[in-house]
Structures are given as C-alpha cells and as structure tokens.
Design a protein. Structure first.
Length: 386
C-alpha cells in the first residue's frame, strides 16, 4: 500500500490489515477481481436432510464432510493469519485483543461442541492468542459488531490493536432452519431485483485489523482505510422479521455519522445487506430513501450476497472489506442477478458490470435476525475529510 498512516487523523481507528476466506477463494485481490468480473461461488450443494434449496456458496477447499466445528475453525484460522500477515503484526504483541463474531451456535450446529465459548477458546488456542478472546453473536450483524466492539475498545484506550473476525459455515441446522422459515430461494439470490424471492446460504470468514492511529503511526504501518464511525440500533420488533419502517436502520447510520466529521452527503458507496428476500430488500429501500432522498444523486449501492451467498455472522466483515476495496479502486462489483431493479429503489445500482464510486467515504450495512442493525463508516486515507 502507498497510503501511510501519516495521513490518518489522531483519535480515529484505522484498518491496517485485511484477510478473508470465501467461496471464490482466499486472496483479497483475486476475489475482488472475480467479483468485479461478475463471478459467483453459488453452486448446487448436497444436503444430508431435505431442504428447500440445494443452492449454497461454500468454501471449496474445506470439505463439507468435515464437522461444522472443524470447518469453522479452519476458515477462521486461515483468514486471521492472512490479515495478520497483511498488517505485519502478531497476536501476541502487547495491547492486542481478539474478537470473534459468529452466528455459529456451538452445540446447536455440532453436538460435539459444548458451547460457543468453547469454539472461541479453541480458535484462540490454535491461533496462539495468549489471552481469552471476546465472542460476539448477534446473528447476521455479528461480524460488524465485532468491528464496532473493537473500535470502542480502541477509542476508550483499553486496547491498541483489535483483530476483528466474522466467521460462519453452512450447517444442516442452518439449512433446515431457513427452509422452515421460507427465506431461501431455489433459483438465484437477486438483491433489489423485481424477481427477488429469497436468499442463498453462504459461508466464509473476514478479518479486519483495527489499530489506533497513534499506534499504527509509531510502527509506520500502511493504512487501508480509516474507520470514521460505527453505530448500531435494534428494531425490537420481532425475532426474524425486521421493522418495515427502517427506523432503527436509519438510527444506526446516524450514530455511525455522529462525531465522524462526515454527513450523509459525503457517502459515495453503500454495501447493502441485500439478502434478496422481498421483506429485507423493502426495508433497506425504505431506509436508504430516508437517509439519502435529498434531491441530489445519492451513493451507488451494491451487494455481494448473490456471488458469495449470505454468510450470516461472517457477512459484516467480508462486506466491510468490499467497501474498503471499492474506495481503493473507485469501482463496485455488479449485483448478481440484477436485471430489473425494484420500481421504488431510490439509489443507483450496478447491473451487468462494475459501477463507479465517485467519492472517498463508504458505508457497510448489516441487518440481523432479532433486529440487530449495524453501520460501519469508512473513508479512504488522505481523502481530505480529516
């Protein structure tokens, strides 16, 4: 990277490393290039039990025949090690915290695992982390909430570096649960398209290395992005259905903007949750209209779940990485399956090819079951917003 920490403002968190494991591969540049080309990792995937859809996006080099627990550990370890190498830092350095976000539920997904904390502890042990990790499980916003927690630990001065992880795997329990809920499609995940009729389960892991700007400056670390703000809010409306008003989604974004030095007008790109279910897409369209309907051309909106599947607790960190890459390259991938956008969608969507990003700040949105809504706000280093 050519963007060095001298351009980052004091008092902000910065991203100094990124890594992921996805259905399209494990290299951040190569997977990003594949997304820009419109490639997809969604495939027909056999199931041990009757499920509504045979489609899933699974990590190709981690066999489904292995236990969910082993698969989750393997992809977590791989993604964390990639991010640490990218940042040039070690887990056993002073002032480092490990935060694991997931919807994986221990013994609900694997009877041989007694608890979620057991998975987190084993992941920390395999990684060589000397302390006890923190674990966040807030459904589909878990990865984003791991980043939010890391940002708060750094802002408060309790930690200098936070390794923020989102990880999840496709399990029979998840496939059965979403079959019973009727959320899955057996055709294609088409976010914000008039034909949208459900989601496709996916899996993977994404990792962001957050540092205080001062700490990164002291070690002359390159910076990938500045985390300008993070906000969350809860619908308090239902266990699986979101609040159709989008009020708490808007509140989460407003909280991410508070104290950031930015306004909604500065946001050039939004990674939407974009599950492809009519209910979720409608809520996001409503929320984005409230946030950006100012009579001016708003940010370009994209989503990667049509290509990578809905990786549940991992999607927040994976999609945060895509926002950072979009700000670096000035491009977003096309939305898989988007042919005819919803009639009332308020903002531009890229269809058929990459779309341009005309600005230096971006937003990543995650909407989780139970009403967990989280917004992460990033800017490109040296963008003039400091």
């Amino acid at each position: 990277m050519d963007n060095f920490i001298e351009s980052a403002p004091r008092g902000h968190c910065v991203v100094t490393g990124m890594g992921w494991v996805t259905p399209l591969g494990n290299s951040v540049p190569e997977v990003w290039h594949a997304l820009l080309k419109g490639e997809s990792g969604v495939r027909e995937t056999p199931s041990e039990i009757p499920v509504r859809s045979a489609l899933a996006a699974v990590v190709p080099d981690v066999p489904l025949t292995e236990s969910p627990h082993r698969r989750q550990l393997d992809i977590t370890i791989s993604a964390v090690n990639s991010a640490l190498a990218d940042a040039g830092i070690s887990l056993d350095a002073d002032g480092v915290e490990l935060i694991l976000g997931t919807s994986y539920a221990g013994n609900l997904d694997d009877p041989d695992v007694p608890s979620l904390s057991a998975w987190a502890g084993q992941a920390a042990d395999r990684l060589g982390f000397p302390g006890r990790p923190l674990c966040v499980t807030t459904a589909c916003s878990a990865g984003s909430d791991a980043v939010l927690m890391g940002a708060e630990l750094i802002r408060s001065g309790r930690r200098e570096v936070c390794v923020c992880v989102g990880a999840d795997v496709v399990t029979p329990a998840k496939r059965l649960g979403h079959s019973l809920l009727g959320t899955m499609t057996d055709e294609a995940l088409r976010s914000f398209d008039a034909r949208h009729n459900g989601m496709v389960l996916g899996e993977g892991a994404g990792v962001l290395i957050l540092e205080s700007a001062d700490h990164a400056r002291r070690r002359s670390a390159p910076v990938r992005a500045v985390l300008r703000g993070a906000g969350s809010a809860n619908d308090a409306a239902g266990m699986t259905a979101p609040d159709p008003s989008g009020t708490s989604v808007v509140l989460a974004v407003e909280r991410s903007l508070a104290g950031s030095g930015l306004t909604a007008v500065d946001i050039a790109v939004v990674s939407a949750h974009g599950t492809g279910t009519p209910v979720n897409d409608a809520v996001e369209a409503t929320s984005l209209r409230k946030l950006f309907d100012s009579g001016e051309r708003g940010p370009i909106v994209f989503g990667t779940k049509g290509a990578l599947g809905h990786s549940l607790g991992a999607c927040g960190t994976i999609e945060a990485i895509t926002v950072i890459k979009a700000l670096e390259d000035g491009l977003v991938p096309p939305v898989q399956g988007l042919d005819t956008p919803m009639a009332d969608f308020p903002l531009p969507l890229p269809a058929g090819g990459p779309g341009p990003v005309a600005g230096t700040a971006g937003l990543s949105l995650t909407l989780g079951f139970g009403g967990f809504n989280t917004a992460l706000l990033f800017s490109r280093p040296g963008s003039g917003h400091e």
